[in-house]
Write a protein that binds this ligand. Structure first.
Ligand code: ADP
Length: 494
C-alpha cells in the first residue's frame, strides 16, 4: 500500500450535497478515487440550504466554532456526514451566510456578501482543523472561494506549530471566476495590509481570492493539460496569464475524470431504460421517452436529436447556437436544452425556442435527473464553449453514445478526437473558430454522418469505449501531493 497522506479537501460545492457545475462533480468523486489509492481524505463545504434540504443524515461535531471576520467574531456549528465511500464530510453552518436559495448568485447577479461568506468558509476550515485535532499533511483547495486558505497558511498561521507540516495545492476549475472585491474590504479577510501587493493578493487595485490561491499555494493545478497551457497566454489568461507564468514551474494540468458510478447508461437510475455498447435498444427507448417528455413532434423519432445541458453563462457559447438555430432546425433535427443561470441568456434562448414549437424543448431549471435523461435520449451533444477548462458533459456524452459536437478548446480539445469517416477513428465533431458558421458546419457534418448508419455506429461505439475514469488522474494527484508535502516540498514563498 502506498504511503497514506492526510488530505483536507475544501470546495464550495460537492456532489451530491450541493452542485451548480463541474466543480461539484470533481469534489464529489476525486476524494473516493484518492481513498482507493490509500489516501486519508476529509472533505469540507458550507452547510447551504441545498444541503439542509437534501435529506442527508448529519450530526453536530462542534458547537460555536469562533471565526474572526473583520472586526467581528462569528460563532458557527460544524456538522458531519459521510459519503457512500465512507469519507467524512464536514459542513460549516451559519444560516445568515449559507441558508439561501442559491449557492453564489441569483439570476440577477452575485450575492453582495460573497467575500464575507467564503472568507468565513476558508478561515473556519483552518480553525476547525486545529480545534478538532484534524491533523493534515496537505490541504487541497478549489477555486476562488477557498483561495484564502493557502494565503492564511503562509501568513497568519505560518508560525503555528499545528500547521507546520501543512502544504497546500490549489486547483483552478475556471479562471473566469476570480473572486474580485474592493481593496477597502481587505480587513474582512484578516490579512495584513502588507499582503496587498501584486506579488500577493492584489489584482490591479482589487483583492482577488483566485490570485491569493495562485500566489500562496505550494502547487497549482488546473483541470486539463491543454487549459494549463492556454491560461498562460493573454488570449485565455483573462488578465491572470502573467501571474500564472510566474508560477509556471509549479503549475500542472491534470485531466478531470468521470464518475461512472453516476454517469453510465448501463446502471443510470434516472433513465427510462438502461443500455450498453452491445445492447442499444434502451437508447432508442430513452430517445422516444425524451421526445414525449419535452413535448416534441413524435416524428422526430427518426431524426437526429441534439442535446445541451449547461450553465447559462457567457462562457458556454449559447450565443452561437441562438444565431444559427433556424438553419439548424432546417436540417430536420430536434433540439433539447436544459440550462440555468444568467437571465439575459435565458431570454435570448427562450425567444429563439418559441419560434420552433415541437422542435425545440427548453427547460430553464437545474435538474439532475433530467440531465441524465437528456444525456441518454439525445443522439448528439453540443458544447460550443468560448473556453472550457475541462468540461465534463462531453465526457459523459461519450459514455452515453451521444456524439459530442464541441469547440476545440481546453479540455474539449483534449478529450474529443474528430471523427474521420475514412479510417473510422474519432469520437466526435470539432470546430476551431468561435463563429456560428463553424458550429453549423460541424452540425451539418454530424447530421450527414448520422444518416450513414455504419459510420454513425462507429463514432458512437468509439465514444462509448473511451475510458475517462478517475484512476489515472487520481494517481497524478497523489504523485503531486507527495512532491509538495513538507519534508520534500519546494519552498515557494517568503
Ligand atoms: P461547468 O463546471 O463549467 O458548469 P462542466 O461540463 O465541467 O461545466 O460540468 C457541468 C456539470 O453540471 C455536469 O454534471 C452537468 O450535467 C451539470 N449541469 C449543468 N447545468 C445543469 C442543469 N441546468 N441541470 C442539471 N445539471 C446541470
Amino acid at each position: 500500500m502506498a504511503e497514506s497522506l492526510r488530505i483536507w479537501f475544501l470546495a464550495s460545492e460537492v456532489a451530491p450535497f450541493a452542485k451548480t457545475g463541474g466543480l461539484a462533480d470533481v469534489a464529489g468523486s476525486l476524494p473516493g478515487a484518492l481513498k482507493k489509492l490509500g489516501m486519508d481524505v476529509r472533505v469540507g463545504l458550507p452547510y447551504y440550504r441545498m444541503v439542509k434540504e437534501g435529506g442527508f443524515s448529519v450530526r453536530k461535531v462542534l458547537e460555536g466554532l469562533e471565526v474572526p471576520l473583520g472586526d467581528r467574531v462569528l460563532r458557527g456549528n460544524v456538522l458531519e456526514t459521510t459519503t457512500e465511500e465512507g469519507i467524512p464530510v464536514y459542513l460549516f453552518a451559519r444560516d445568515d451566510l449559507f441558508d439561501r436559495p442559491y449557492l453564489y448568485s441569483t439570476p440577477k447577479g452575485d450575492y453582495p456578501d460573497n467575500l464575507e461568506r467564503f472568507t468565513y468558509l476558508s478561515r473556519a476550515a483552518i480553525l476547525f482543523a486545529k480545534q478538532a485535532g484534524l491533523d493534515f499533511d496537505l490541504i487541497h483547495c478549489h477555486d476562488w472561494q477557498t483561495g484564502l486558505i493557502p494565503a492564511y497558511l503562509k501568513t497568519l498561521y505560518r508560525a503555528d506549530s499545528f500547521f507546520s507540516r501543512a502544504a497546500s495545492v490549489f486547483t483552478i476549475h475556471n479562471l473566469g471566476y476570480q473572486g474580485l472585491f474592493p481593496q477597502d474590504k481587505l480587513p474582512i479577510c484578516g490579512l495584513p495590509a502588507s499582503e496587498f501587493h501584486p506579488e500577493g493578493l492584489e489584482y490591479w487595485g482589487q483583492i482577488s481570492l483566485l490570485k491569493a490561491g495562485i500566489m500562496y499555494a505550494d502547487a497549482i493545478t488546473t483541470v486539463s493539460p491543454r487549459y494549463s497551457q492556454e491560461i498562460q497566454t493573454p488570449e485565455f489568461g483573462l488578465g491572470m496569464d502573467g501571474t500564472l507564468r510566474k508560477r509556471s514551474a509549479d503549475l500542472y494540468g491534470i485531466l478531470n475524470g468521470a464518475d461512472y458510478h453516476v454517469w453510465d447508461p448501463a446502471r443510470d437510475v434516472h433513465v427510462p431504460a438502461n443500455y450498453s455498447p452491445g445492447k442499444m435498444a434502451g437508447k432508442r427507448r430513452c430517445k422516444e421517452s425524451l421526445i414525449q417528455e419535452m413535448g416534441l413532434e413524435p416524428s422526430l423519432r427518426k431524426s437526429p436529436l441534439l442535446g445541451m445541458i449547461s450553465r447559462l453563462d457567457f462562457q458556454k457559447g449559447l450565443d452561437l447556437l441562438v444565431q444559427i438555430l433556424d438553419e439548424v432546425l432546417a436540417l430536420d433535427v430536434g433540439l433539447v436544452v436544459l440550462g440555468s443561470g444568467d437571465e439575459r441568456i435565458q431570454k435570448a434562448i427562450q425567444a429563439a425556442a418559441e419560434r420552433h414549437p415541437g422542435h425545440v424543448g427548453l427547460e430553464i431549471d437545474f435538474n439532475e435527473p433530467l440531465a441524465h435523461r437528456i444525456m441518454a435520449g439525445a443522439d448528439m451533444f453540443l458544447v460550443p464553449s468560448r473556453y472550457e477548462p475541462c468540461g465534463l458533459t462531453q465526457i459523459y456524452a461519450l459514455k452515453y453514445g451521444t456524439v459530442p459536437i464541441v469547440r476545440a478548446t481546453g479540455g474539449l480539445d483534449d478529450t474529443i478526437q474528430a471523427f474521420d469517416p475514412k479510417s473510422g477513428k474519432g469520437t466526435g465533431f470539432k470546430f476551431v473558430p468561435y463563429e456560428p458558421k463553424a458550429l453549423l458546419d460541424q452540425i451539418k457534418k454530424a447530421v450527414k454522418t448520422y444518416h450513414n448508419g455504419s459510420a454513425w455506429g462507429k463514432v458512437v461505439k468509439n465514444g462509448m469505449k473511451a475510458d475517462f475514469s478517475w484512476d489515472e488522474s487520481a494517481r497524478k494527484y497523489v504523485l503531486l501531493y507527495k512532491k509538495v508535502k513538507k519534508g520534500n516540498k519546494m519552498e515557494t514563498r517568503g
